[in-house]
Ligand binder design. Structure first.
Ligand code: RB5
Length: 143
């Protein structure tokens, strides 16, 4: 596994710090694209650099957090090669990898607890893409 890319806005900052502790405990490397405080900020300022780094192969996969997960997911998915999946439990995360080959996991920081976050991240990191019928579907996504 490569270096995992992280980003959040202020509403996701606290959970991103928890995610870093979780990745530390697993011995997984990561690069944090910010934000670095809980001061109010704009999620695109952090989402675009993470998306570009995933597209460039500098980091993989990504984990991104904002309050609902929606703003940051909408922004990430503007990038042609990004499949950012908003996930709030392990089953959705597992399916986002198996069916969608999601390359960024998006977490709703204000609507998910630490325990569910751990299960969701574990499922995301451990599940391979199934390919097969799902491959031609994801190939039709880029505009
Ligand atoms: C910030 O207040 C909040 O709007 C943001 O984190 C996110 O939920 C937007 O989609």
């Amino acid at each position: 596994m490569k270096i995992i890319g992280l980003c959040s806005d202020h509403a996701g900052f606290e959970l991103k710090e928890d995610v870093k502790k979780l990745l530390d405990s697993k011995g997984l490397a990561y690069k944090d694209f910010g934000t670095n405080t809980s001061d109010s900020c704009d999620y695109p300022d952090f989402a675009h650099p993470l998306a570009s780094a995933v597209e460039a192969g500098e980091v993989y996969p990504g984990i991104a957090v904002c309050g609902t997960g929606n703003g940051i997911a909408i922004t990430l998915n503007k990038h042609q090669e990004i499949r950012a999946a908003l996930c709030w439990n392990a089953e959705i995360a597992q399916l986002s990898r198996a069916h969608n080959d999601a390359n960024i996991l998006v977490l709703p920081g204000r609507f998910i607890n630490k325990e569910e976050t751990t299960k969701t991240i574990d499922a995301f990191l451990e599940t391979p893409f199934e390919g097969g019928r799902h491959k031609k579907r994801i190939e039709k996504i880029p505009l």
